[in-house]
Design a protein. Structure first.
Length: 390
């Protein structure tokens, strides 16, 4: 098989890049190890920056997002038994975010690829990348008992933290930066009315909590738990009881509970790999960087990678201009590290750290008190939350 760009990873990043390049007449093949149903079964982020939403529209995949997604012009932070609101609209000159589940976004991208005859290969096992430093890279994989080879100009690794792409960069070239946090998030999805029309981030002495939503009839809730906890430790009743303890009384009184339709525990880590280019391989999304979900930067950071790659590859094929490809890693990492900083700051401010000194606990409280005493501090938070420019 021959293509111009081989994309490893059929999640939202890989599918979005494939769709955007297709519309510019650039040929791609997407390889995904899992089945389509498996990919669509992943429960992930649901807060989209305005820049990500614009990319979806440019990819001709934004119609359902605009119809069903919820525009949020602010969010709430619960602390010290009270609620304070961050007004995104006020502090960013009218910007907002869209709440639209990653599962739905991925479904829209799959349907667009099918509609346009895009090549997405599922069940691609044993993917290996070859000759990345040469002018003739290629990718091999197995599907059932058959082996395949794809010759291409460029390889884009959008196959996540555990994928093969980053591991294909020699260890003496790759630098990795990581922080693993001493807790995880226990998340529950339920067919219940959300407790609030806007997201609530809650700082509490028992630990962090988040009240989120996917629609007016589908709610997503999280609580901070020790890394040693297992799903078997948490019945639905135990989850709702603990969530209730961590919310202000007026919020807890409005909480509608119900059976969970999905429950999972996600460890929290911050991770960046540099560089994001090696020869004719370009990393994107979780293959190169991961953030804690606090602040909703993960999927949105991947979108900025796709934005830079999309424009760089378009310039290469349509104008013979390689400046964007040459500068991709530097430009992408500059924005990635700003997203890392914001996620680290939000995580540090809102979670209970088991080894904190009393001094550090007081600093957390002071950080929140300062935030809501300063328009400039709220403006900085709002600017990062709606998304820094690409």
């Amino acid at each position: 098989m021959r293509t111009q760009v081989c994309i490893v990873g059929g999640g939202p990043s890989g599918l979005l890049l494939s769709q955007l390049l297709h519309l510019k007449g650039i040929d791609t093949v997407v390889l995904e190890r899992q089945s389509r149903d498996y990919v669509l079964g992943r429960i992930r982020a649901g807060v989209l920056e305005h820049g990500f939403a614009a990319l979806m529209r440019e990819a001709q995949c934004g119609e359902r997002m605009d119809r069903e997604g919820e525009i949020h012009e602010g969010f709430l932070i619960a602390h010290g038994g009270k609620l304070d609101r961050v007004d995104l609209h006020k502090y960013t000159g009218g910007s907002s975010v869209i709440v639209y589940g990653q599962t739905e976004l991925t479904r829209d991208l799959y349907e667009a690829r099918e509609r346009m005859g895009g090549k997405v290969v599922h069940g691609a096992e044993g993917v290996a990348l070859h000759e990345l430093k040469s002018g003739q890279p290629y990718v091999t994989y197995r599907q059932g008992d058959e082996s395949f080879r794809i010759d291409c100009d460029y390889v884009v690794g959008a196959d996540g933290f555990h994928g093969v792409s980053r591991k294909s960069i020699p260890r003496d070239v790759l630098r990795e930066y990581e922080r693993v946090y001493p807790f995880g998030w226990l998340g529950v999805l339920s067919r219940t009315k959300p407790v609030s029309p806007e997201l609530i981030y809650a700082k509490h002495e028992r630990g962090f909590a988040l009240c989120s939503l996917r629609s007016q009839v589908l709610s997503r809730y999280y609580i901070q738990v020790p890394l040693t906890d297992q799903l078997e430790d948490w019945s639905d009743d135990a989850f709702w009881a603990e969530l209730t303890r961590r919310l202000p009384s007026e919020v807890a009184a409005s909480l509608v509970t119900g059976p969970s339709i999905e429950k999972s525990i996600a460890p929290l880590r911050s991770f960046v790999a540099e560089p994001m280019r090696y020869g004719n391989l370009f990393l994107a999304g979780d293959a190169a960087h991961i953030v804690p979900p606090t602040g909703a930067r993960g999927l949105n950071s991947a979108a900025s990678d796709i934005y830079y790659l999309y424009h760089a590859l378009t310039d290469h094929y349509r104008a013979g201009d390689d400046a964007g490809l040459e500068d991709y890693s530097r430009k992408a990492l500059s924005r990635v590290w700003k997203a890392q900083r914001f996620s680290w700051w939000m995580t540090s401010m809102l979670h209970r750290f088991p080894d904190n000194l009393p001094y550090e606990d007081r600093l957390q409280d002071t950080e929140l008190a300062y935030l809501f005493s300063s328009d400039n501090a709220q403006a900085a938070l709002a600017e990062n939350y709606v998304g820094l420019p690409f």
